[in-house]
Design a protein around this ligand. Structure first.
Ligand SMILES: NC(=O)C1=CN([C@@H]2O[C@H](COP(=O)(O)OP(=O)(O)OC[C@H]3O[C@@H](n4cnc5c(N)ncnc54)[C@H](O)[C@@H]3O)[C@@H](O)[C@H]2O)C=CC1
Ligand SMILES: O=C(O)/C=C/C=C(\O)C(=O)O
Length: 486
C-alpha cells in the first residue's frame, strides 16, 4: 500500500505509523488541523491495540541487538541522528509551527535545536555510566546500568519534538528500544523524527512511532504487558489514568505534568528585568507547562511594578506565529480555547478583575488576549488550576513568609521564578518553595545535566543527566568478595 504523505509548510511528512523500520498505514485516520489558520494539514493514522502490539513486538525483537552495542557502539548512530535533526531544523521548525501554533522564531532558535541536543547530550553521558564502584570491607560493589527493555514514551502537543526527544535521547542511549505515541493535536514532527532516525542508521524496531488518540493508542501502549518503562509528559488527569495501568503491572513510570507556578517579585529586585520576564509568560499563548502564571509582588512596589508589567505586556503582539514580531500565537484547538475562556469567565464570576485582556483577541478564532487578573483570593479556581493559556493572576505579599505561603498554596510543584537582589533572601525563599525547579533572576534556563520534574501533582521522579539514566536503566550491583579470585 502506498505511504500516506501530507505536505505541510512545503515539507513532505508521512502520516502513517513507523513500525519495525517501515511505514504502516491504518485504515482509520484522524484529522490534524492547524491552529494557525484552521487549515486541514493531514489525515493521520489512528492506531490502536493492533498497531501498538506490532510496535512493542518490534521493539522487543530489536532490543538485544541494540543493547549489545553498548554506549560506545550506539554513540555514532545517535550522533548521526542528532546531526540529521540539525540538518532538517528549518523544516522541523516550520512544520511544528503549523502543527501546534508555537512561535516560529522560538522553534528555529531554541526548541528544535534542543531536540538535537537532547539526543547527543545523553549519547555522550551514557559513556560515563558504568565503572563506578563502592569499596566496602568484604566486597567491592560494581555499579552497572543495564538497559531496561522497551520504553513507552507519551508526549503532549505544546512542544512535541523537543519533549519527545527529551525521552528518546536517554532511553536509546541507555540501550532501550522505544515506542513513541505522539500527541494527536500535533503529531507531525515525531513522524519526521522517525525518518531522520532511520536515515541515521537507527536499526529497525529500535524506534517506533504509533500515531493515534490518547484514549486508544496511548491506552493500549501503557497497558501492554511487554513494556518495561512508561515515561509520560502531559496533564495530571491523564497521569492518574496511566498510573493505574503502571501500578497494575508494576512498570516504573516517570511523569512530567502540569503546573501553576509562582512568580515572586521582591522589592529589591531588578524590576525592569522582572517585568520583562513576567510578560514573557504570555509567549506561546501561555501553553508552557513551566509558565509562572501566579505573579506575587511585594506590596511596597506593587503600583510601580504593575506599570512596568503593563508596558512590557503591551509588546506581547498577538498574531500569526510565523511572523517574527508575534509573541502570542493561537491556542491549540477550539476545545482548548473554550476551556481557557471558561476559566476566564468563571474567574470574573468569582470576583477576579481583569486588569487587561479577558476576551478573544481580534485576530482569529483561536487567539486569546494576554490577560491579567487582580483581586484574586488564593482559593479561587483561577489561582489554583492550570489554565494553559495566556492568563496570569496578580497577588501581593508583605512578608517573605506570606510569599512562600501563597506560592505553596496549590496542589502543583513544577517550577517557581523568583526575582530578588538579595542573595541571602533569595536563597532562603528558593529553599522554601515546593518546586522541581526554582529560577532565581532568570526563567527557563535549562541545563540538560540538571534534574527536571515536578513535585506534588506536577510529577513523579526527575529526568535530566544522571536522573534520566536512573529511570531508563535497570541499575545492578555486582558485589564481588575481595580476594576471591586468584
Ligand atoms: N512537566 C512538563 O515537562 C510538561 C508538562 N506539560 C503538561 O501537558 C499538558 C498539556 O498537554 P496535553 O497534550 O493536553 O496533555 P494530555 O494529558 O491530554 O495528553 C498528553 C499525551 O497523553 C496521551 N493520552 C491521553 N489520554 C491517554 C490515556 N488514557 N492513556 C495514554 N495516553 C493518553 C495524549 O494522546 C498525548 O499524547 C499540560 O497539563 C501541561 O502542563 C506540557 C509540557 C511539559
Ligand atoms: O525543557 C524541558 O525539558 C521542558 C520544557 C517544557 C516546555 O517547553 C513547555 O512546556 O513548553
Amino acid at each position: 500500500m502506498a505511504e500516506n504523505i501530507a505536505n505541510v509548510a512545503g515539507v513532505d511528512v508521512s502520516t502513517d505509523h513507523w513500525i519495525d523500520g517501515r511505514r504502516v498505514p491504518s485504515p482509520r485516520r484522524f484529522a490534524d488541523v492547524s491552529p494557525v489558520d484552521g487549515s486541514h494539514l493531514a489525515d493521520v493514522a489512528a492506531g490502536g491495540k493492533a498497531e501498538v502490539g506490532q510496535a512493542v513486538a518490534a521493539a522487543r525483537k530489536a532490543f538485544p541487538g541494540w543493547a549489545a552495542l553498548g554506549p560506545k557502539g550506539r554513540l555514532p548512530i545517535l550522533k548521526r541522528f542528532a546531526d540529521g535533526l540539525k540538518a532538517r531544523a528549518a523544516e522541523l521548525a516550520a512544520v511544528e509551527t503549523m502543527d501546534n501554533g508555537s512561535l516560529l522564531l522560538g522553534n528555529v532558535h531554541r526548541v528544535i535545536p534542543r531536540a538535537a541536543q537532547n539526543i547527543e547530550f545523553f549519547a555522550d553521558w551514557a559513556l560515563t555510566l558504568d565503572g563506578h564502584s563502592i569499596d566496602s570491607p568484604e566486597v567491592v560493589n560494581h555499579v552497572k546500568y543495564d538497559p531496561a527493555g522497551v520504553a513507552a514514551l507519551i508526549t503532549p502537543w505544546n512542544a512535541p519534538l523537543m519533549l519527545t526527544t527529551w525521552k528518546v535521547g536517554p532511553a536509546l542511549a541507555a540501550g532501550n528500544t522505544v515506542v513513541v505515541k505522539p500527541p494527536e493535536w500535533a503529531p507531525l514532527t515525531c513522524s519526521l523524527m522517525a525518518d531522520i532516525a532511520h536515515a541515521a542508521g537507527v536499526p529497525a524496531g529500535v524506534l517506533n512511532v504509533v500515531q493515534g488518540i490518547g484514549e486508544e493508542a496511548g491506552n493500549a501502549l501503557v497497558n501492554h504487558p511487554d513494556v518495561d518503562r512508561i515515561s509520560f509528559t502531559g496533564s495530571t488527569d491523564t497521569a492518574k489514568i496511566i498510573g493505574q495501568a503502571a501500578a497494575r503491572s508494576i512498570t516504573p513510570m516517570s511523569a512530567e505534568l502540569g503546573g501553576k507556578s509562582p512568580f515572586i517579585v521582591c522589592a529589591d529586585a531588578d524590576l525592569d528585568a522582572a517585568a520583562q520576564t513576567v510578560a514573557a509568560q504570555y509567549m506561546n499563548a501561555g501553553q508552557v507547562c513551566l509558565a509562572g502564571t501566579r505573579v506575587m509582588v511585594e506590596k511596597s512596589i506593587e503600583d510601580g511594578f504593575l506599570a512596568k508589567v503593563r508596558d512590557a505586556a503591551s509588546h506581547m503582539v498577538v498574531g500569526d506565529p510565523r511572523d517574527k514580531d508575534t509573541r502570542v500565537g493561537p491556542l491549540i484547538t477550539k476545545e482548548h480555547f473554550d476551556r481557557v475562556a471558561g476559566f476566564v469567565e468563571r474567574a470574573k464570576a468569582d470576583g477576579a478583575v481583569p486588569l487587561w485582556g479577558g476576551s478573544r483577541a481580534n485576530f482569529g478564532d483561536l487567539y486569546f488576549e494576554p490577560t491579567l487578573f487582580a483581586n484574586v483570593s488564593p482559593s479561587l479556581e483561577i489561582a489554583q488550576r492550570e489554565v494553559f493559556g495566556p492568563v496570569l493572576t496578580w497577588q501581593s505579599f508583605t512578608s517573605d513568609d506570606e510569599a512562600i505561603e501563597l506560592a505553596n498554596n496549590t496542589r502543583y510543584g513544577l517550577a517557581a521564578t523568583l526575582f530578588s537582589g538579595n542573595e541571602t533572601r533569595a536563597t532562603k525563599m528558593a529553599s522554601q518553595v515546593v518546586a522541581g525547579t526554582v529560577w532565581v533572576n532568570c526563567f527557563f534556563v535549562r541545563d540538560l545535566a540538571a534534574p527536571f520534574g515536578g513535585s506534588r501533582d506536577s510529577g513523579i521522579g526527575r529526568e535530566g543527566g544522571a536522573w534520566s539514566f536512573d529511570f531508563y536503566a535497570d541499575i545492578k550491583n555486582i558485589s564481588v568478595r575481595k580476594g576471591s579470585f586468584a
